[in-house]
Design a protein around this ligand. Structure first.
Ligand SMILES: Nc1ncnc2c1ncn2[C@@H]1O[C@H](COP(=O)(O)OP(=O)(O)O)[C@@H](O)[C@H]1O
Ligand SMILES: CC(=O)OP(=O)(O)O
Ligand SMILES: [Mg+2]
Length: 393
């Protein structure tokens, strides 16, 4: 594959497939797109059809999957369990391992598996690499990763905190160090990834030491449609008193809760508009969202001891000055002083939004999960045949 420098990144979600084609010679984005509403009215019926659409779209742009310039395909895989803690070249055995993890990520891993199967079918000759959302969190100390339940039961069922959005937390924590003009090894940072899914992580010297998501991406912060933290007894109560079934509760907590459950909207832009009109439910949703964020900032400040930076990223984190302001206002005792003017400036570049004198820097850093996946993929696939042999099986 000498000369081939392009990597196709596939991010198959529960109802969408996002893709990017990146030339790793200069890390330039050549194409990107998304197929949405999979399995919904007006959308394609399933992920196999969605991936065929991606392939057609790439072909129409003159860079089809049959292109000799393609070096590898990188797949976002949400759950890697305890087995996959680094980017992994996909073999039959690795694929079987990812399929075995479906019970731990029923909303995510099946889509990832389909993406891998279709891409392998279309280009069996190409290296295909799995990049796991959980990998960056595999360094969590046992004290942070363990739930305080019976150890034998936990071990038997793989119950522990795995953490997700790892490619984003890795990319953004490194980019934060760069913004401060320091090496990642010298920086302690709290990363707040606030997208539709949302998670916080505590990164000490480039190593993740705590994170808000757990066994699945349901734990932790309030999200667009997920509840985040709650008393597990809520589930028993809904079963015993509410007469609800397991799947119904799963759907309630994953898809009908969070901001959506509190006010009927999961988009922070709409919530902002409604708050401006005095809508009480929208205000409450915002307040609950921000309260949870502040809790995690406080908790992770204590976990890290010394905090050099708090960084906001993803759709809400990068765009909502109101969320950033509300989350970090009045935290002078934690060394945080925002600069309201800097915070209000819109922009797409990595930037500081804290006061010059703030001991803890507050940053906004656009995340780039696809580029991180492409780098991991190319790093594993590119050094040609020798490296491929090393990593197979
Ligand atoms: N200008 C904005 N102001 C406030 N929130 C925004 C803005 N733009 C996007 N968002 C929020 O970002 C969310 C999507 O974030 P994103 O990181 O793209 O999520 P995901 O990758 O999980 O789909 C939207 O639901 C919306 O709430
Ligand atoms: C793991 C996870 O929550 O992913 P997303 O934010 O893409 O839903
Ligand atoms: Mg995202």
């Amino acid at each position: 594959m000498s000369g081939a420098t392009r990597v196709l990144v596939l991010n198959s979600g529960s109802s969408s497939v996002k893709y990017q084609l990146i030339d790793m010679a200069d890390e330039q984005r050549l194409a990107s797109g998304v197929v949405e509403r999979i399995g919904e009215p007006g959308g394609v019926p399933d992920h196999t059809h969605a991936l065929r659409e991606v392939a057609l779209d790439l072909k129409a742009r003159g860079s089809g999957l049959d292109s000799p310039d393609l070096a590898a395909v990188g797949h976002r895989v949400v759950h890697g369990g305890t087995r996959f803690t680094a980017p992994t070249l996909i073999t039959d055995e690795v694929l079987a391992g990812i399929e075995e993890l479906v019970p731990l990520a029923p909303l995510h891993n099946p889509a990832n598996v389909t993406g891998i199967k279709v891409a392998r079918e279309l280009r069996p000759d190409l290296p295909q690499v799995a990049v796991f959302d959980t990998a960056f969190h595999s360094t969590l100390p046992e004290a942070a990763a363990r739930y305080a339940i019976d150890t034998a039961t936990a071990d038997r069922y793989g119950i522990r905190r795995y953490g997700f959005h790892g490619t984003s937390h890795a990319y953004v924590s490194r980019a934060t160090a760069a913004l401060l003009g320091k090496e990642p090894a010298d920086v302690n940072v709290i990363v707040l990834h606030l997208g539709n899914g949302a998670s916080a992580s505590a990164v000490r010297g480039g190593v993740c030491v705590d994170t808000s998501m757990g066994l699945t991406p349901l734990e932790g912060l309030v999200m667009g449609t997920r509840s985040g933290d709650l008393d597990p007894a809520v589930v028993f109560h809904l079963e015993r008193v509410g007469g609800m079934g397991t799947d119904e509760i799963d759907t309630l907590l994953n898809k009908k809760s969070g901001l959506l459950g509190l006010c009927g909207a999961n988009d922070m832009r709409e919530i902002g508009r409604r708050m401006a009109e005095g809508d009480k439910a929208a205000q409450l949703a915002f307040d609950v969202y921000v309260h949870r964020l502040r809790r995690y900032v406080g908790a992770f400040s204590a976990v890290l001891g010394r905090v050099d930076a708090i960084t906001f990223t993803a759709g809400v984190g990068e765009n909502s000055a109101a969320v950033r302001e509300a989350a970090l206002s009045g935290l002078h005792n934690l060394g945080v002083t925002m600069d309201p003017v800097r915070n209000a400036v819109r922009g797409s570049a990595a930037r500081l939004v804290s006061a010059e004198t703030s001991p803890v820097a507050v940053a906004v850093v656009p995340t780039d999960e696809e580029l991180e996946i492409a780098r991991d993929t190319y790093g594993l696939a590119a050094p040609a045949d020798k490296n491929l042999a090393d990593h197979s099986g």
